[in-house]
Ligand binder design. Structure first.
Ligand SMILES: [Cu+2]
Length: 260
C-alpha cells in the first residue's frame, strides 16, 4: 500500500521540478534557439501529461489490485485498448517529429545565406582552432605536411600561397552579433562535437568530412564551447569560448590579429 503514495509523491516532485524550471538551460541567443525551446516545451508538456497520468494510474492499480487475501485471477488484457494507445503514441510521436523537422533542417539542411561570414573550425585532441580569411576574403591553401602545432600552424597553412598570408588563426571563436556565421567543421584525428548550449546546436566533427553549420547570434556575450564527444583522455579539458561581439569590436579584433 505504501508504494502507491511514494509513486504519486515522486510524480508530483518530478512534475514540479520541470514546471518550475529548477535546473534549466541558459536562455537561447538565436532565432533557432527560440524555435527549438518552443518545440522542446511542446514535447515536454505532451509527455509530461502522459507521464503524470500514467504514474497516477500505476498508483491506483497498486491500491485497487493489492493482495487482500483473495485468489489471483487471470486477465488476457484488452486488444482494443492496446491497439488504441499504441496508435495514439505512434501518431503523437510522428506529429512531434514532423513539427520539429523544419526547425532541425533549418540549421542542418538549409544553406547559409551567401553573405555569411565563413569560419573554419578545426578540432583535434584536445583543442579547438578557428580560421578566418583575412581582408582578401579567401582561405589560403593548406597541406597536411605543413601542420605544426608548436609553430602555431595547426591548419597547415601553406606559406607560399598568397591567399593564406592574411588568414587569422585563433584558439577561441569570435563572431559579430546579428550576422550570419557559417562554420566549416573539420576534425584532424577522431570524432569531436561542437556544442554551444546558448545556440541550441550540437554537431559532430568527423575526420575526412567538411560539415557546414550556420547560426546568427542576436546577443553579445561569452559562451562556453565544450567538446561534447568523448574523444580521449584529455577530453575533459577540450573547451574554449565563443565571444559574440559588436561589429566594430569584431573588425577591431580582426585588425589586431592581422598585425601579428
Ligand atoms: Cu573532443
Amino acid at each position: 500500500m505504501l508504494l502507491a503514495p511514494v509513486i504519486w509523491a515522486l510524480a508530483i516532485v518530478i512534475a514540479y521540478l520541470f514546471a518550475a524550471k529548477t535546473w534549466w538551460f541558459p536562455p537561447p541567443i538565436t532565432q533557432h534557439g527560440h524555435l527549438y525551446d518552443a518545440q522542446f516545451m511542446r514535447t515536454l508538456v505532451v509527455v509530461g501529461i502522459i507521464f503524470f497520468l500514467a504514474q497516477a494510474a500505476l498508483g491506483y492499480v497498486i491500491v485497487r489490485f493489492r493482495n487482500n487475501g483473495g485468489r489471483a485471477g487471470y486477465s488476457h488484457g484488452n486488444n482494443k485498448l492496446e491497439t488504441l494507445w499504441t496508435t495514439a503514441t505512434g501518431v503523437l510521436f510522428l506529429g512531434l517529429v514532423i513539427m520539429g523537422t523544419k526547425i532541425w533542417a533549418g540549421v542542418h539542411f538549409d544553406e547559409a545565406p551567401p553573405d555569411a561570414i565563413p569560419v573554419e573550425v578545426l578540432s583535434r585532441q584536445f583543442a579547438w582552432n578557428f580560421r578566418y580569411p583575412g581582408p582578401d576574403g579567401k582561405f589560403g591553401h593548406t597541406d597536411l605536411k605543413l601542420v605544426n602545432d608548436a609553430a602555431g600552424n595547426p591548419f597547415g597553412i601553406d606559406p607560399n600561397d598568397l591567399a593564406g598570408k592574411d588568414d587569422i588563426v585563433s584558439a577561441s571563436l569570435k563572431v559579430p552579433v546579428d550576422r550570419d556565421i557559417k562554420l566549416i567543421l573539420h576534425s584532424r584525428d577522431v570524432i569531436h562535437s561542437f556544442f554551444v548550449r546558448e545556440l541550441r546546436l550540437k554537431q559532430d566533427l568527423v575526420p575526412g568530412m567538411e560539415i557546414p553549420l550556420h547560426f546568427r547570434a542576436e546577443r553579445t556575450g561569452i559562451f562556453e564551447v565544450p567538446c561534447s564527444e568523448l574523444c580521449g583522455l584529455g577530453h575533459y579539458q577540450m573547451r574554449t569560448t565563443m565571444q559574440v561581439m559588436t561589429q566594430s569590436q569584431f573588425d577591431h579584433w580582426k585588425e589586431q590579429q592581422a598585425q601579428q
